[in-house]
Ligand binder design. Structure first.
Ligand SMILES: [Cu+2]
Length: 188
């Protein structure tokens, strides 16, 4: 109202300004949609991250794979503890496939010979990690006992943490390639 009074009722100017204002708000509305989508996505992601971190007590499995062995196989992984207190893995189960028993193991070198032994727990220091990669890591691994059916390419594993919470992850099959039976066999 004040503006119209000031310019002495110049209808054209007022109209064009009014139009500009309309276009502005239209533009803002166009931007509002993706911006609000991004905000909602960030909020959802944060909540999800918070919940998932809490469910695993801040423990995250970074690398996970399994290898077939003579009487089952082994699951290997790197577990990082993002928390401020030590967390121990006190048990492991195989969720899929069925009928496979899992044990926490450690490979030790005794008199130059590699031996495996069962362990009650695998502890991860605060802010640290456990390289459960067998002899390629700190010796720890999950021993699988049972028949892994042919065609199974991933194993669903559940780690039981010291507080009783579960941490599930999937370990994909890693094929050990030897020069004699690698994928390049048969090539000239
Ligand atoms: Cu073992």
């Amino acid at each position: 109202m004040n503006y119209i009074d000031a310019v002495g009722g110049e209808a054209v100017t007022v109209l064009s300004r009014g139009k500009k204002l309309c276009q502005m708000s239209g533009l803002q509305r166009v931007w509002l949609v993706p911006v609000s989508v991004v905000i909602v996505a960030v909020v959802v992601a944060s909540v999800f991250l918070l919940l998932s971190t809490r469910s695993g007590e801040g423990v995250e499995v970074h690398v996970a794979f399994f290898r077939r062995g003579a009487a089952g196989g082994g699951v290997f992984f790197i577990a990082h503890n993002h928390g401020l207190t030590e967390v121990c893995i006190v048990g492991a189960e195989v969720l899929e496939p069925a009928d496979i028993r899992a044990e926490l193991h450690r490979t030790i070198i005794e008199n130059g010979v590699a031996k495996m032994q069962g362990v009650e727990k695998i502890c991860i220091p605060p802010g640290g990690e456990v390289r459960a990669l067998g002899v390629e890591g700190d010796g720890h691994h999950i021993m699988l006992m049972g028949n892994i059916p042919e065609g199974v390419q991933a194993i669903k594993v559940r780690l039981i943490l010291s507080s009783g919470t579960a941490l599930d992850f999937e370990a994909k099959e890693q094929h050990l390639e030897t020069p004699a039976e690698g994928p390049h066999t048969g090539h000239d």
